[in-house]
Design a protein around this ligand. Structure first.
Ligand code: HGY
Ligand code: MN
Ligand code: MN
Length: 418
């Protein structure tokens, strides 16, 4: 039983495993936890129990984020916020997101058991929507907390046409989840690397230098639906064949740039979706990233140009909507130094690496300095049920986080002379 496990990294991993199956997953035989889904609701309850057991007061904000608070000596001091996301991709791994929340809970539990009171509070955030796996907008809830969300961004519906407004939140009050800069001392997110670098280096943990810039588009291609048996090839306006040519162009433009730019078409839907009907309506997404916004934008422009040329040549209509534009998010230099020192305190060599994956830290940077700690994951595999993290590596991360908190508290005390 998870609760029988002693506190630490192994318990954090085991709790992620417990949340990897029903009732905390919306899919049988794997993990999908959509924002505001029944599995999400069950997860909020279970996480809330663990937060309370660790000595935190627990609340939900207007965006249905879960927040545990562990008071410090000065209640009005800005809090150290430690967080990550509760939701998952479809058929995803168990640790992408939840592990960062569990390690935040383990940090607080350790401080409570040692009877330690910090000068500032710790708030552990479970963000509801980071993946954008249910609604067509990623990082909705940390953008709400960071004050980066416009009200019109809430006018969205999932693929079953359930509007966010009907999914269990009051959109009229959603932005009340926002926090002020004065409330946050720093934001710390521990996350599996989702890449192979730490494993290749033989390291358990690494200090993140920054998060890549991210553009995301929704593309709609309209042709003419028709009978697959009676419509001659020269008379077709096939939306799916057109989309296929566009998708190959996406890959080609990113590959030929020979830089850190990556471009992905991760989802496609062909309508009406029958074997004997020429598709007349196709929708797909494009995700373009780079550590440098200008490089990202240049390749994105080339991709959009190619798509327009293909649509014209094939006589299909094409509409491109930008879903989000996330600038690169550098981690705070001072906090990176602190993380390196804490890594050494915990007996590990400091190592720095960039994040190609997006994280809620990108948005929390609008409120103050951010730090991220990466944890080795097997084969760098993620967004896949084969995702795996060793309990010993989670434990190493916990020790680094506790050393980081210790150093941050000492710094705070010396600069606030209390
Ligand atoms: O897409 C990402 O990079 C993150 O996993 N949501
Ligand atoms: Mn994640
Ligand atoms: Mn993810």
């Amino acid at each position: 039983m998870v609760n029988a496990l002693p506190p630490g990294g192994a318990r954090a991993v085991a709790r992620c495993d417990e949340l990897g199956v029903a009732p905390y997953s919306d899919m049988s035989g794997g993990l999908y936890r959509g924002y505001l889904s029944p599995a999400y609701a069950a997860t909020l309850d279970r996480l809330g129990e663990w937060m309370a057991q660790a000595g935190m007061t627990v609340r939900r904000d207007a965006a249905a984020n879960l927040i545990g608070r562990f008071e410090g000596a000065k209640p009005d001091a800005p809090a150290l916020m430690i967080g990550s996301h509760i939701d998952s991709v479809r058929d995803g791994g168990r640790y992408d997101g939840p592990l960062g929340i569990m390690l935040g809970i383990e940090c607080v539990d350790a401080l409570r058991r040692e009877g330690k009171t910090l000068p500032f509070a710790i708030e552990v955030y479970g963000f509801g929507d980071e993946e954008g796996s249910r609604f067509p907008a990623a990082m909705l809830t940390s953008r709400a907390v960071a004050g980066l969300l416009e009200p019109e961004a809430l006018d969205i519906a999932d693929s079953a046409d359930t509007a966010l407004a009907d999914a269990g939140v009051d959109v009229a009050r959603y932005l009340e989840a926002g926090r002020g800069k004065a409330e946050m001392l720093a934001y710390l997110e521990a996350h599996i690397e989702q890449g192979p670098v730490l494993e290749d280096e033989g390291l358990a943990v690494g200090t993140v230098t920054g998060i890549a810039a991210q553009l995301r588009y929704a593309v709609t291609v309209k042709g003419t639906a028709g009978h697959a048996g009676t419509t001659a090839m020269r008379l077709r306006s096939d939306a799916l064949a057109g989309a296929a040519a566009m998708i190959l162009a996406v890959e080609q433009e990113a590959r030929e740039d020979k830089s850190d730019v990556v471009a992905t078409v991760g989802s496609i839907e062909a309508r009406p979706g029958a074997a004997n009907v020429i598709p007349g309506d196709v929708r797909f997404t494009i995700d373009v990233r780079s550590g440098d916004a200008a490089r990202r934008d240049r390749v994105a422009e080339q991709i959009l140009q190619r798509i327009a040329e293909i649509a014209k040549a094939r006589d299909v209509e094409c509409a491109v909507d930008r879903i989000h534009d996330l600038p690169p998010s550098p981690c705070d230099p001072k906090l990176m130094e602190l993380m390196d020192a804490a890594t050494e305190d915990a007996g590990h060599p400091p190592f720095r690496l960039v994040s190609g994956a997006g994280h809620d830290a990108m948005n929390m940077a609008a409120l103050g300095p951010t730090a991220m700690l990466f944890i080795r994951c097997k084969g760098g595999v993620s967004h896949n049920p084969a995702e795996h993290v060793e309990p010993a590596d989670a434990d190493a991360a916990l020790r680094v986080m506790l050393a980081f908190i210790d150093r941050l508290a000492k710094d705070w005390k010396s600069s606030n002379a209390c």
